[in-house]
Write a protein that binds this ligand. Sequence first.
Ligand code: HEC
Length: 157
Amino acid sequence: MNRWLTVWGSAGALAFGLVGGAAVETAPGVGAAFPAAMQETASSTLDGVFTSAQARRGRRVYNQNCASCHGQGLRGGEMAPGIAGSDFIVFWTELPVGSLFERIRVSMPEDGPGRLSDEEYTDVVAYMLDRNDYPSGDTELPADKAALDEIMIVAAE
Ligand code: HEC
């Protein structure tokens, strides 16, 4: 038992202390699963996390709901800031895509927040990534905040 207490540190020692001798039997299996969980790596916007078809759908959503303020091509207008190029990178680099999704979902379109479906918001995010020169791939961005939180926005190469 001492061997496993050493590997797991004080938190493990406390748990093992509570369950007593029975823990010795289960320790190897639990110990094996632990490092695997730590190896799980988050992806980034450079990994092709949306499809080009999704970005095209997003462009339609954008033109109907966002372009009036943010301008064609996301460059900004009199009504709103630009959301492409340096405007986008300065603000969003090192944040997860889930934060961008949530920001848009709760506050945009400014004249009617929450008006779109989660799928439409996700498609708009795909269009924004496309316009910011991130590569498309084989899988669509999921319309799910928790899953989007696993994808980091990094500076485009
Ligand atoms: C009625 C005008 C209007 C519409 C329509 C609109 N926005 Fe905005 N948007 C704004 C204004 C004004 C701001 C800046 C104030 C703020 O941050 O809330 C903004 C800010 C933003 C930001 C944050 C900018 C940043 O710092 O990166 C994002 C992202 C955004 N809008 C996306 C969208 C998307 C996507 C849509 C369409 C679904 C949309 N907006 C529709 C007016 C608008």
